[in-house]
Write a protein that binds this ligand. Structure first.
Ligand SMILES: Cc1cc2nc3c(=O)[nH]c(=O)nc-3n(C[C@H](O)[C@H](O)[C@H](O)COP(=O)(O)OP(=O)(O)OC[C@H]3O[C@@H](n4cnc5c(N)ncnc54)[C@H](O)[C@@H]3O)c2cc1C
Length: 417
């Protein structure tokens, strides 16, 4: 370690890893040495055109970390949301549920933002704060009583008080630590793309529940060029059976567009693909434990959920808030941030929410990716009832915003550490 200042090594410079690095460095400044290792740090992050729904609690954290102001002009607030339930061939898609989008006056429950924009802003903020960014992979580690020895693809081994594995769902570090992974594939893939369209989305998100899975249309911010025929943009998450995806994506342009139109509908006028559709196989995964000897799992390395509710990254950002708070509070009273007691605090803070969110998204997917008539009738009755109960709707909106009931970590409340 560098002198007496504890070092934290983060393996993985995705949105979770970079946010944690920034949170620690902002809170402890010269009192901590933070290094992020990831071969992908070589790439230009702007190349990642995927867009995510950032829920209000995570947005509050990004604001506390001083990065929200930078990305806000590129973020599209979700102003309302409608949910429909129908078969593909149905001429009309009845609306079963509508939500107005504010959690507090003027604060939308979520914003849509391009992943590349947020990554680039976090990388700049990390550099400006003194986080070390290394475009190398972590290849191994060996925990000892006072430190963990970390090997990287780039050079001499280094010592750290704690190694954070933020290396994604296929985490090699989780495997090396011997942490088992409860996993099942969904036999579904999420096709994501940006769609250009003729009419304004007015900040509305739409979720069509179709028998092969949910089809989400999520509004994006876009600076139209004068005279642009399709001046608006939305992001889609199109869930399909995995075995149907290769044939679907090999359709030629017009045929694929027709398949898209059958699902997207015509409410936004003419449409076209603005980015090439990309398919991601969907699965559920959760680590048996989130911590090991001088090691903590973060983000998708700890849990992988169905994107039905757009909560995967948000769950990872909640990990960031909890782990940063645990480490900072421990270090302020002189505790070792890699000690078992400190790491147990993180595990306790996260286990319940992760399990609940995993079960909720898994249950929703089973309930809605289903064409069995009695199940359809029951769920439509349920949606209709929720629609008539403002109190329950408010609860769901606060849940989706990550703000329901519980006293969460300070960063998620918009406070500083
Ligand atoms: C179709 C789809 C739609 C989604 N929509 C949403 C949404 O709207 N809202 C939302 O909240 N979530 C959404 N998600 C989930 C979201 O994409 C993930 O939860 C999130 O990107 C995970 O971030 P992460 O930083 O934990 O991991 P990753 O983004 O996977 O980052 C891991 C990083 O670790 C690096 N790495 C790997 N191995 C090593 C190593 N040995 N050493 C160093 N670095 C390493 C990789 O290069 C990578 O950069 C969606 C997911 C899918 C599939």
């Amino acid at each position: 370690m560098s002198g007496t200042v504890p070092r934290i090594v983060i393996a993985g410079g995705g949105l979770a890893g970079l946010s944690l690095a920034l949170a620690l460095k902002r809170a402890l400044a010269e009192g901590i040495d933070v290094a992020v290792y990831d071969p992908a740090l070589k790439r230009d992050p702007h190349g990642d055109k995927r867009a995510y729904a950032i829920a209000a609690a995570a947005r509050r954290m990004l604001q506390s970390l001083g990065v929200w102001g930078e990305v806000e002009p590129k973020a599209q607030p979700i102003l309302d949301m409608i949910v429909t339930d129908s078969r593909l061939q149905d001429a009309v898609r009845p609306v079963f549920l509508t939500f107005a989008g504010d959690v507090t006056e003027g604060e939308p429950f979520a914003h849509m933002l391009a992943a590349g924009e947020l990554t680039a802003t976090l990388m700049e903020a990390c550099k400006a704060t003194g986080v070390t960014l290394r475009p190398e992979g972590v290849t191994g580690f060996k925990p000892g009583p006072a430190a963990i020895a970390v090997t990287t693809s780039g050079g001499a081994p280094l010592e750290a008080a704690l190694l954070v594995a933020a290396d994604g769902a296929r985490s090699r570090l989780r495997e090396l630590a011997g942490i088992s992974w409860i996993f099942w594939p969904y036999k579904q893939s999420g096709i994501v793309a940006t769609i250009a369209h003729e009419r304004d989305h007015e900040g509305r998100a739409v979720e069509h529940f179709l028998p092969s899975g949910p089809f989400a249309i999520l509004p994006l911010k876009h600076e139209a060029t004068p005279g642009e025929a399709l001046p608006y943009r939305s992001s889609i998450v199109w869930t399909e059976r995995s075995d149907a995806v290769p044939d679907l994506l090999s359709l030629d342009g017009e045929d694929l567009l027709q398949e898209l139109e059958r699902r997207f509908g015509l409410q936004l006028g003419r449409i076209a693909f603005d980015t090439k559709p990309q398919a991601f196989p969907l699965a559920f995964g959760v680590a048996r434990t989130f911590v090991a000897d001088r090691l903590a799992l973060l983000g998708d390395a700890a849990h992988l959920i169905h994107p039905i509710a757009g909560q995967g990254l948000n769950l990872g950002l909640h990990d960031v808030a909890a782990l940063a708070e645990t480490i900072v509070d421990a270090m302020r009273i002189g505790l070792d941030p890699g000690s078992a007691d400190v790491l147990d605090g993180y595990e306790r803070a996260r286990r319940t929410e992760v399990t609940a969110m995993g079960a909720m998204t898994d249950g929703l997917n089973k309930l809605f990716s289903n064409d069995f008539l009695p199940v359809r009738l029951m769920r439509d009755l349920g949606l209709g009832l929720v629609d008539r109960m403002p109190g329950l709707k408010r609860f769901f909106i606060r849940e989706a915003a990550g703000l329901a009931g519980r006293e969460g970590p300070r960063l998620l409340r918009g406070e500083t550490l």
